[in-house]
Every structure is written in structure tokens, then in C-alpha cells.
Design a protein around this ligand. Structure first.
Ligand code: PLP
Length: 489
């Protein structure tokens, strides 16, 4: 095939085109969705979103396709994604990377199987442990004391764990972290696969990897058996849009599709699927140029912010000693040297400058840069103005030191046993000796203090109380500081 024809084929958008064909046929609709295009849409939301969204909100009609057994435009779009990502299989997801992680775990793990997993896993992984009845071996991420931040589990830790637990069937890794911390996984993945351990990687924040030589390499190209990526997080797809890449021979794709049928809707959104299709085609056609612009913007922004007194930007040098580096498109910064609590910075940026960051964790703030950002754009200029203004208002005092995290608790029951056991709610202060039935984890996302099935000790209680006193919120604790424990333990 000539290069031009090949380019033309790869830039095609089969799902977008199928929707356009349907709309061009002047359809009279007697099928779901019940809004029948814009005519039957609730006026307030039609006004908010525009009629076109409703027109394109379709279902499995002739000429369109079935996400769960694709044989038309969805199959073609998935094949183009697989080609772009040089993957054996690519599957679109409408329930985010969460659905992909759950689907993979259901497809790959049987009750009682041992799974090596990073302790700071996303709650979808925890849901996968509960649903499958797997036995987790949690691996602790490296903690950066100065930044009070959990980074990644060093990949070699997985290899050592696989030696300690030769019955481990599956390893689940995180790459990158929420803050954009990345590392080379190739060696560890090779060793794990050699031992018969299947490796899946939560790359929810790395859908853009590989589209420019200065971006990190995707875990799939480093040998992972399966990878999930949230195209909605960094590639401009609509929220909930993600995809999954899988290797032939490691993942049975029929089983995987059947697992995804268990957990995803039978009515996937066509606007969302079309956005995945278009995100893939755009990345193919202009990815290098677009991400080159983002990288240039990120570099100049970080260089400028590094010169602002009292403001620190997380850079490769901060994490290099563990063999980690930072996705250059992530901007993590702190004003802790000036005594600024990140919650106050967040509020100040929002209320005084209309700047909304991705998250703050009490000390650090995270901004995500993507295709909508370029050097000199109004939003980048506003961000710079806002941060420079902060540096001019000196704060007094120091941020309180955070208490050291307690050791990993003893696992008494599997997450599934604990989750489904009869349970009761008790005050945190009286929970020592009981077994947690649910996750207790700091929010914004951090490393869980207690996972379902783990024994609660006075040290854990003291730690949670100490962190709460410093304003840290815990998911799993209600307003009265009660948590759910297994009854009778
Ligand atoms: C590390 C990580 N994994 C998985 C997910 C789930 O991704 P999604 O929102 O696409 O379901 C998230 C979401 O924030 C995440 O941060």
C-alpha cells in the first residue's frame, strides 16, 4: 500500500463517520435513546449542551456497532488504535480505566490467586480484589519525605516479591503516578513474565505516552501484557473514555470481552465512542506536533516558576535517586517553603484568579497540561500571574510535619471475605483489634492506611487521628469518625 493511502486509512474516523452517515439519512427515530435526538431532550440540558449532542447520542443501529461484540466501525476503530499503539489487541472502554482494570482482573484472576499489587492502587483495583476474591500482596511505594509524597513501587520490588511468593499469578503496576512519576519497567516486566507472572499496568494517566520522543515510553512498549489508559485524562476524549491494550498469548481476549460485558453498560455512549475514535486519529495525524507544543510550554513554564521565590517545582532531580523521572507535561509544585498550605493556595487561585488545578494534597498542587495548553495562551498567562502574586505575600510559620505512616497491617481476611462478612460501624477510637471491612484512605488519593481484611492496631488509629488533626480527610471514616469493621472480630 502506498504511504499516502496508508496515511489516509490511519487518519480515518470510522465511528465518527458512521454517526455522520446516520444523521445525514434524515432518520425518523423510533428507538432508544428516548430523547429521539434533540426533539425530546429536556430543555434545560438541551440549552446547556446544544442539540447536536442529542442528535449524535445513538445506540446499536444498522450501520453502527455493538461495543461488546464489534463487527463494524467500532471493530475498525479498535484495529486502527492497535496499529497506532503497536498492540496485538485494543479495546475501547466507556467506563474509564476503572472498567479496564476491573475487566482485566476478572478475566485473569481466580478466587484465592495471589496478586502482587502496589499499595497506593486506584479504588478500581481494590474493587477487583473484592470481586475476584484474590489474595493481595501489597508493595509499598517509595515515599519522598521532603515532598510528603508517595512515588512508585520500585519495579525490582515486584521481582523480589515474585521470588518470595512463587505462586503469584498476576502483578499490577502503576505507571505513571498521579503526579506523573515514571520509571523504566522493561527489566522487571521481563523477569516477571519469565516467572510466569502476567503483568498489567494502570497507565490511566499515560494515554499520551509515546506520541513524542520526549514523552515517557508506554508500559506496553516496555513489554507489559495489558495496559489501561484513560484517553479522557490526556488525549481530549470525553470523560469516561479509555482504552485497553492487550498482548496475544497473555490475555484471552474473548474472556476479557466477556468480563467487560459483566461490568460495562449495554448502552455505551456514541458521543463518547466517537471521541475515542477521534482522539486516536488526531494523535496519529498531529500527535508529535501537538505534544511538542505542550512540552515546550511545560518546559518554559517550569523554568519560569523555578525562579519564583519560595515556589518549588517537582523535577527529575527530585526523584532521580530512585531511578524515577517525571512526565514533563505534569506540573507539581509547592509553596510549602513560604509556609503556604496547599488548600489555601488552591482556594486563592480559584477565587482570586479563576484558576482551577487538578488537585492539592495539603502540601503540593498538581496541574495537568495537555493539547489545550500552549506558551502564551490566556490560561497559562493567568496561571503564571496567579503564582507570581502568591510569592509576594509572605506567609508566616511552618507547615506541620506529618506523622510517619504506620507499618503495613496484618492481613487477617481476604478483601472479599472482609467486604462481604457481617459488619458494624464503630468509633475509630475503639477499633483496635478489629478487622477493617472497608478501605480507609486519605483523600485526595494517597496510600491506604487500612484495606479490607486488615487488623486495626493502636498505631493505625493514632496515625489516622494525627493526620485528621492536620486537616487530612479520610475516605471510609464518617463525620462522627466511625468506620466499618467485620462483626465479631
Ligand atoms: C491511577 C489511576 N488509575 C485509574 C484511574 C481510573 O481512571 P478512570 O477515571 O478513567 O476510570 C484513575 C482515575 O483518576 C487513576 O488516577
Amino acid at each position: 500500500m502506498s504511504l499516502r493511502r496508508q496515511d489516509h486509512r490511519r487518519a480515518a474516523v470510522p465511528i465518527v463517520e458512521a454517526v455522520q452517515r446516520y444523521l445525514a439519512s434524515d432518520p425518523k427515530r423510533f428507538h432508544v435513546p428516548g430523547h429521539k435526538g434533540s426533539l425530546g431532550a429536556p430543555p434545560a440540558v438541551r440549552e446547556l449542551l446544544g442539540a447536536r449532542v442529542f442528535d449524535a447520542d445513538l445506540t446499536e443501529l444498522p450501520g453502527l456497532d455493538d461495543l461488546h461484540e464489534p463487527s463494524g466501525p467500532i471493530r475498525d476503530a479498535e484495529a486502527l488504535l492497535a496499529e497506532l499503539k503497536q498492540a496485538d489487541h485494543a479495546l475501547f472502554l466507556v467506563g474509564g480505566s476503572s472498567a479496564g482494570l476491573l475487566g482485566l482482573m476478572i478475566a485473569l484472576v481466580a478466587p484465592g490467586d495471589r496478586v502482587l499489587v502496589h499499595r497506593n492502587c486506584h479504588r478500581a483495583v481494590m474493587a477487583g480484589l473484592i470481586l475476584t476474591g484474590a489474595n493481595p500482596v501489597y508493595l509499598l511505594p517509595r515515599c519522598h519525605q521532603d515532598w510528603a509524597m508517595d512515588l512508585l513501587v520500585e519495579p525490582e520490588e515486584y521481582v523480589q516479591a515474585a521470588e518470595r511468593y512463587p505462586d503469584a499469578r498476576l502483578a499490577i503496576m502503576l505507571h505513571p503516578s498521579y503526579y506523573g512519576v515514571v520509571c523504566s519497567l522493561r527489566d522487571a516486566i521481563g523477569k516477571l513474565r519469565y516467572r510466569g507472572v502476567t503483568v498489567i499496568v494502570d497507565e490511566a494517566h499515560g494515554a499520551h505516552f509515546g506520541f513524542h520522543p520526549k514523552l515517557p515510553q508506554s508500559a506496553y512498549t516496555q513489554g507489559a501484557d495489558a495496559v489501561v489508559q484513560s484517553a479522557h485524562k490526556s488525549l481530549g476524549a470525553l470523560t469516561g473514555g479509555a482504552w485497553l491494550l492487550a498482548r496475544e498469548g497473555s490475555v484471552d481476549v474473548h474472556r476479557l470481552r466477556s468480563a467487560l460485558r459483566l461490568i460495562q453498560t449495554s448502552s455505551p455512549s456514541y458521543p463518547l465512542l466517537a471521541s475515542l475514535d477521534a482522539a486516536r486519529a488526531w494523535a496519529y495525524a498531529e500527535g508529535r506536533e501537538v505534544w511538542g507544543r505542550v512540552l515546550d510550554c511545560a518546559r518554559r513554564l517550569k523554568d519560569l516558576l523555578c525562579g519564583v521565590k519560595g515556589l518549588r517545582v517537582l523535577r527529575d532531580e527530585d526523584v532521580g535517586r530512585w531511578g524515577f523521572s517525571i512526565d514533563p507535561t505534569r506540573l507539581t509544585f509547592t509553596l510549602a517553603p513560604l509556609g503556604w498550605d496547599a488548600r489555601r493556595v488552591d482556594e486563592h487561585l480559584r477565587t482570586d484568579f479563576g484558576v482551577f488545578v487538578e488537585m492539592q494534597d495539603g502540601r503540593n498542587l498538581l496541574c495537568i497540561l495537555g493539547p489545550g495548553d500552549w506558551w502564551g495562551s490566556p490560561s497559562i498567562s493567568r496561571l503564571i500571574e496567579a503564582l507570581q502574586s502568591l510569592a509576594h505575600c509572605p506567609q508566616s510559620g511552618m507547615l506541620p510535619d506529618l506523622p510517619c505512616a504506620p507499618p503495613l497491617p496484618k492481613q487477617v481476611l481476604s478483601p472479599r471475605e472482609a467486604y462481604f462478612a457481617p459488619s458494624e460501624r464503630v468509633p475509630l477510637a475503639r477499633a483496635a483489634g478489629r478487622v477493617a471491612a472497608q478501605l480507609i484512605t486519605p483523600y485526595p488519593p494517597g496510600t491506604p492506611v487500612l484495606c479490607p481484611g486488615e487488623e486495626i492496631t493502636p498505631q493505625h488509629i493514632e496515625y489516622i487521628q494525627g493526620m485528621s488533626a492536620r486537616g487530612v480527610r479520610f475516605v471510609g471514616l464518617d463525620e462522627a469518625s466511625r468506620l466499618t469493621v467485620v462483626a465479631g472480630t
